[in-house]
Design a protein around this ligand. Structure first.
Ligand SMILES: C[S@@+](CC[C@H](N)C(=O)[O-])C[C@H]1O[C@@H](n2cnc3c(N)ncnc32)[C@H](O)[C@@H]1O
Length: 341
């Protein structure tokens, strides 16, 4: 096909095709005598892929990377793009919400507008500053082997099996329910619901963890994503579970994460989190003091390094947002929150 025919066939313009060529995305054959371009079936297929990826916001540079690496799967790439778009969408939603509040504010003073703008800036900063300090990609391959439940000065995984089994018992999904496991890791919690016939979606920020999860449990739908920008539409899941993941976010971020869970959870949905948490500030101080007194400095350092939750803060947030909440504490550091919307 010549350039005008190809453009017409693909519902685009000859200028666009020449532009993609100038960026090295396509290299149609050229007639040696008159320099007319000739587009083969393969070229047309490649261009329609480029056009589709442009439509969903992928940059030309990223498209080139994808097309130049035949081993990179399209679905993998689309998953990354979906995750990025959800982050942008949530940021835009926050911006629109702030504009609404600015317009609604009774006293539309500069101070008021400034306060709302700084609140928005704070939100943006919180959402963008999270970093994987623990290198979960690096941990993925032997994560399951490294879950040590005994034999260490401080076992963060003491009670791991009991915690996960209790989540499983409490939520008990119906067949066809959508169950979302956030921070799914290698799938140890989410996979428990496959036998109920539930559709299990595992979200994780670590692509390597998702890869292992997929190898172990191909029936789980894995999605790259973040606690603070879940890659799911509003009111789209029946049950949310999470184990040993939320404590990688500081407490203010945990409340934003609960907001995200509330957004994607259907009315009457259930939420169950088993994680490292203290009852409240006093309990935290008591536990740390006990470790000090028994000379367990490792425990004190680990607690300082991670963000073991203050359960009372999470419970207060959930109750204020219309959930009915039950809690449990398995040992000094492992707790559970079960909430119904
Ligand atoms: C300790 S592993 C727990 C994995 C699994 N839930 C389990 O119980 O064995 C923590 C997981 O949470 C994920 N994670 C940590 N912070 C996250 C965040 N902000 N958003 C999404 N996933 C996160 C990590 O990538 C990792 O896979």
């Amino acid at each position: 096909m010549k350039i005008n025919e190809a453009a017409k066939f693909l519902n685009t313009t000859a200028k666009t095709l020449r532009f993609y060529e100038s960026k090295g995305l396509i290299t149609p054959e050229k007639d040696e005598t008159n320099q007319y371009r000739h587009y083969t079936e393969n070229d047309l297929y490649r261009i329609s892929t480029i056009l589709a990826l442009r439509e969903i916001g992928v940059s030309l540079g990223d498209i080139k990377t994808l097309l130049d690496q035949p081993n990179l799967s399209m679905n993998h790439y689309l998953d990354i793009q979906r995750s990025a778009l959800f982050e942008q969408w949530i940021e835009i939603r926050d911006m629109i919400g702030t504009i609404d509040r600015m317009i609604e504010a009774d006293n539309n003073s500069v101070d008021n507008i400034h306060e709302l703008a700084s609140h928005l800036k704070n939100l943006k900063d919180i959402r963008s500053k999270w970093q994987d300090r623990w290198n979960f990609d690096g941990q993925a391959i032997d994560y399951d082997e490294n879950i040590k439940k005994e034999g260490h000065a401080f076992n963060v995984h003491e009670g791991y099996d009991e915690g996960l089994a209790t989540v499983e018992e409490l939520v008990n999904p119906q067949s066809d329910d959508v169950v979302l496991d956030i921070g799914i890791g290698t799938g140890n919690l989410g996979s428990r619901f496959l036998k109920n016939g539930a559709h299990v979606i595992g979200v994780d920020q670590s692509e390597k963890m998702l890869e292992i999860c997929h190898q172990k449990h191909p029936a789980i739908e894995t999605r790259k994503g973040h606690f603070l920008a879940l890659p799911l539409m509003d009111y789209s899941v029946d049950i949310i579970v999470s184990s040993y993941a939320l404590h990688h976010l500081p407490d203010d971020e945990k409340l934003l994460a609960l907001g995200e869970m509330n957004r994607v959870l259907k009315e009457s949905g259930q939420l169950c989190i088993a994680d490292l948490m203290f009852e409240n500030k006093r309990h935290r101080n008591q536990v740390i003091e006990n470790y000090h007194n028994t000379g367990n400095q490792v425990a004190v350092e680990v607690i300082d390094d991670e963000y073991f939750a203050d359960k009372s803060l999470l419970v207060t947030y959930l109750i204020e947002n219309g959930f009915v909440v039950e809690t449990m504490q398995f040992n000094d550091i492992l707790g559970l929150i079960f909430a119904k919307k």
